[in-house]
Design a protein around this ligand. Structure first.
Ligand SMILES: [Zn+2]
Length: 169
């Protein structure tokens, strides 16, 4: 038994059988439905929440070193002391020749901002649902359905940067 919502959906992905039902379960953190592998699964965390859970340690190293997460994957990164790195490898000869890389700070949403996004999302879901009724073609419906799905994620309290910029900018 599980305390989370479960839905059985027909296979729709390339690696699924369209005649078979697949068990989906609500993500315990954000409520998005995620494929649950077997009948015994009692709770799932969706892939997006897993990514978010991986964030905090990176923030910690960011504070310690003054370098943003993923700096060693960047083609060129220049720290505040002028040390130049090519994909994480220090280039001592180039020290001081390139201005330090600007580090963008991750913006945190305030409670009021979140509330505003949720309200706007709810209004948009309502009008998209109306729009959906007037659509004839599957491919048009799919686009609208995807939008609705994303707005519902916001309503359920999901505020990833990518989601917000996709829906509200
Ligand atoms: Zn989730």
């Amino acid at each position: 038994m599980t305390e989370y919502a479960v839905e059985y959906r027909k296979g729709s992905k390339w690696n699924q059988n369209p005649d078979q039902l697949y068990r989906y379960m609500e993500c315990k953190l954000c409520g998005a439905f995620e494929l649950a592998c077997d009948e015994n699964t009692t709770a799932v965390t969706c892939h997006e929440c897993v990514i978010e859970m991986c964030d905090p340690p990176e923030i910690k190293t960011k504070r310690n070193s003054g370098k943003p997460s993923g700096w060693h994957f960047m083609k060129i990164f220049v720290d505040k002391d002028g040390n130049v790195y090519f994909r994480g490898i220090n280039q001592p000869k180039l020290k001081g020749t390139i201005p330090p890389t600007e580090i963008k700070k991750k913006k945190r949403l305030t409670k009021i901002e979140k509330q505003r996004y949720i309200q706007e999302a709810a209004v948009n879901v309502a009008s998209l649902k109306k729009e959906l009724k007037g659509l004839r073609w599957k491919k048009d419906k799919k686009i609208v359905e995807q939008k609705i799905k994303n707005y519902i994620k916001v309503i359920n309290g999901k505020f990833t940067d990518s989601l917000i910029s996709k829906l509200f900018s």
